[in-house]
Design a protein around this ligand. Structure first.
Ligand SMILES: Cc1cc2nc3c(=O)[nH]c(=O)nc-3n(C[C@H](O)[C@H](O)[C@H](O)COP(=O)(O)OP(=O)(O)OC[C@H]3O[C@@H](n4cnc5c(N)ncnc54)[C@H](O)[C@@H]3O)c2cc1C
Length: 554
């Protein structure tokens, strides 16, 4: 070993999320000596907390099922969503290599996927859009296979009680438990599976848990080391080439030589308040993000110090989120689509299609927010019919809402819309007229203000038994409820600018030799958009796959 180096490898990967672990698997397969380091005591990052969805147009499962898709269709769709905000060659790299990436995983590892039928692209009516779903999720995985390593898997955002496990597809159907036979059947099947798993000793993992566990299991099978509690701190540069890093391991500073390259995959900066204040729109807070706590922008900062260019730093994977004091925030997806709920600003007016893709709702909150008409927080309002029928956050229909949520102000309840308005400090008359207008739209099945329920994406989280519009029902059954909605996020979008091989670029467009960025350390290939479910993990894993090929000299 060279003097001065504590460890020598071909490829050093910073971060054990979807981006980092995929890179490591491909690089190892290509014959490289790889080491993954992870700052926290848990592996998986936001990937482990996530829904585990991957948006992969034109993939082999779509072909198998006869869903009409092609590179050209997907390219057209990205043109109408991402647009020219991101270089075409990066978009093309994604569309070419994301299907190859999952085929490679299928053929070489235990990382296997299934479709999430019906989970429409987020703008399926735009040219090239697909309503039948381009999104995939991992096949459930028996966590017991990980042995002792399972204890180090980062926990999900919300755990179902008693070890119950749902896939993302199940979750959407169970959301309609009180309305549809499919919902009831799915819930019964999940319960039966739970009993079978209890009896057979299977620890069933789904969604992001299954994805991270599968990636980790594949790493164990390929003998790829992962060092937990090891924080990347600095890049080491010789002759303008990144040759290694300084890391903090168990209280000690160590130097790791990376002969062929360093991959930055540390998940962006959602938990760095200083960076949030510097780059993201105001107001901002680390209290509203559901991303993994270790994601504090260390890699992006190191890249900037080296002269790397950044982009999209003012954007994030936004979504309206609620937060009860002293608890983790909750990122609301389906709840906004279920009929019988609406969102208003501080003036008591609707301002957005509540069923719209989560990023768009928060883009609207920020773009319309002002001192005179605050949109942060906004309020999600629903009635007792909604409450009796649908899941809201951690509240299940019929089960009472624990008293502490009323006492700590998380949720307000009132017998009339007027008294609800009083409780949340909104003009009574304005809220009443907003609800009245909304109820009129619901009766006619047409939202003349925001066209809610007109997109197949809106309908995915609608109630098919409510007609003519599955996303619209009148709020008329007291009591009425209100919950504050904050501009939450799944992570940040901005990061180091790269080329199509994930090589980090300087502001003059030249690449920094030996340095790659993937996942949320990289400026997103999706620009300011969110084309479909899985549009963040899909790219994280795809550009990891590409970076590994480049490091290996392909
Ligand atoms: C609740 C939730 C649901 C989501 N659902 C989806 C979904 O279904 N589909 C989708 O596409 N996206 C989803 N997302 C977003 C998605 O999970 C993330 O954007 C994506 O996983 C980021 O992957 P990554 O590899 O870049 O980072 P991560 O998976 O966050 O991994 C980064 C890792 O790097 C580590 N790290 C940080 N700093 C250092 C350092 N200095 N040294 C060493 N290690 C470091 C972190 O601790 C972390 O473990 C969801 C996110 C959340 C939170």
């Amino acid at each position: 070993m060279n003097t001065g180096w504590d460890q020598e490898v071909d490829l050093l990967v910073v971060g054990s999320g979807g981006g980092g672990m995929t890179t490591a698997l491909v690089a190892k397969h290509k014959g490289l000596d790889v080491l993954v380091i992870e700052k926290t005591e848990f592996f998986g990052g936001s990937t482990a907390r996530s829904g585990g969805g991957l948006w992969i147009p034109n993939n082999y499962l779509l072909e198998r099922d006869g869903v009409d898709d092609s590179f050209e269709m997907a390219r057209q769709y990205m043109k109408h969503t991402v647009g020219d905000r991101v270089l075409q060659k990066l978009q093309d790299a994604y569309l070419t290599h994301s299907p190859r990436m999952i085929t490679w995983l299928r053929d070489n590892t235990c990382v296997q996927f299934q479709r999430t039928p019906g989970y429409a692209d987020y703008y399926p009516e735009r040219p090239g859009g697909v309503a039948a779903s381009r999104s995939l999720e991992p096949i459930p995985f028996n966590g017991k296979k990980l042995g002792g390593e399972l204890a180090y898997l980062r926990k999900p955002m919300a755990e179902a009680p008693g070890g119950l496990a749902f896939t993302a597809s199940d979750y959407q159907k169970i959301g309609m438990l009180t309305s549809t036979w499919t919902g009831k059947k799915t819930a019964i099947n999940a319960a039966l599976l739970w009993v079978r798993n209890l009896l057979t000793g299977v620890r069933c993992l789904t969604m992001g848990q299954a994805l991270s566990a599968r990636l980790r299991y594949a790493m164990l099978q390929a003998n790829i080391p992962l060092w937990l509690n090891t924080a990347f701190q600095e890049l080491i540069v010789e002759d303008e080439r990144v040759v290694g890093i300084v890391a903090q391991k168990e209280g000690r500073s160590i130097r790791i030589l990376a002969r062929k390259g360093v991959i930055l995959a540390d998940g962006g900066f959602p938990h760095n308040l200083e960076m949030r204040k510097k780059y993201l729109p105001a107001p901002t807070s680390t209290q509203w993000t559901v991303a993994a706590s270790g994601n504090t922008g260390d890699a992006i900062q190191a890249g900037i110090l080296l002269g790397a260019a950044t982009d999209l730093m003012d954007d994030a994977w936004w979504g309206p989120s609620s937060r009860s004091p002293n608890e983790e925030p909750f990122f609301h997806v389906g709840e906004r689509g279920y009929p019988g709920g609406l969102m208003v600003n501080g003036a008591g007016r609707r301002f957005v299609n509540e069923s719209a893709p989560y990023i768009d709702v928060v883009h609207s909150m920020y773009s319309q927010h002002s001192e005179e008409t605050p949109h942060i927080p906004a309020y999600f309002i629903f009635d007792q019919r909604y409450r009796n029928k649908y899941i809201f956050g951690l509240f299940f229909p019929i089960l009472p809402i624990p008293r502490r949520y009323f006492e700590n102000g998380y949720i307000c309840r009132a017998a009339t819309i007027a008294s609800l308005a009083d409780q949340i400090g909104i003009d009574q008359g304005m809220l009443a007229s907003t609800v009245e207008r909304f109820n009129q739209f619901a009766r006619n099945g047409k939202d003349l203000d925001f066209r809610r329920g007109e997109s197949a994406y809106d309908n995915y989280y609608g109630d098919p038994t409510i007609q003519p519009n599955p996303n619209l029902a009148a709020l008329q059954k007291p009591p009425f409820y209100a919950v504050k909605m904050w501009p939450g996020d799944l992570g940040t979008k901005g990061g180091l600018v790269t080329d199509e091989w994930a090589r980090v670029l300087r502001t003059d467009g030249t690449s920094i030799e030996g340095l790659y960025a993937v996942g949320n350390s990289m400026s997103s290939v999706m620009g300011n958009s969110y084309p479909g479910a899985g549009a963040t993990i899909g790219p994280a894993m795809t550009f990891g796959y590409l970076a590994a090929h480049h490091v290996a000299g392909d």
